[in-house]
Design a protein around this ligand. Sequence first.
Ligand code: PGA
Length: 252
Amino acid sequence: MRKKIVAGNWKMNNNETESIQLIQGINEQITGESLDNTRVIVAPSFVNLSASLKASENTPIEVVAQNMHEAKSGAYTGEVSADMLKGLGIKTVIIGHSERRSLFNETDEILAEKLKAAIDNGLEAIFCFGEKLEERKLDNHLLEVGSQLRNSLFQLKADDFKNIILAYEPVWAIGTGETASPEQAQEMHAFVRNVLEKRYGKEVSENTSILYGGSVKPNNAEEIFSKKDVDGGLIGGASLKAEDFSAIIKAI
Ligand code: PGA
């Protein structure tokens, strides 16, 4: 059975002290909750990973990275490799967030390499994809997402999907306060599951968690999570407050 997942992407927010406090705050709020079959994940910045890992010991909270470089090592000033993340004890990395695509020019081809590097190094990847507003307006959202999946993900083998989580994040809903309707999310998630089934078979498609991201808040989480093919959320803004993030976890 595929897992339910609530993941917080902290982006470039929180210093070390704030990261530790936020993890402690979330843990306090969810203590006593039954988290059967549910994973709770936070993604602090690289520099706060060690302190966050330590703060998350003896809690149900998993600490993951927001990004990594595709090369094994070398002259890539300011970058971080899969091996460095593993060395810290990180097991999971977000790849392909729309901010990485749009602000840091990460193409489908680069993301294919990052996915391969993550999987080859035994890391689990949370792979993000989603259409822009123009593509949605032209009714091209399914085509666009299909192409992002084909270009970056479909080099992987069926067996690699044990280490893949998918996150559909329509770009027009990220940080805008505008959410995809639960029906729009369900339409896309069902489409993605269907594409996965055609390429990899039923087992992979049924066992891969597909998260929705884009302005998920305590007041809309339950409705979005109630959809059959939505297995949880990737949360930005609302993951920065222990109370809001915990309320979203409780909505799953
Ligand atoms: P948001 O961000 O929840 O602030 O819209 C989501 C994301 O970027 O993952």
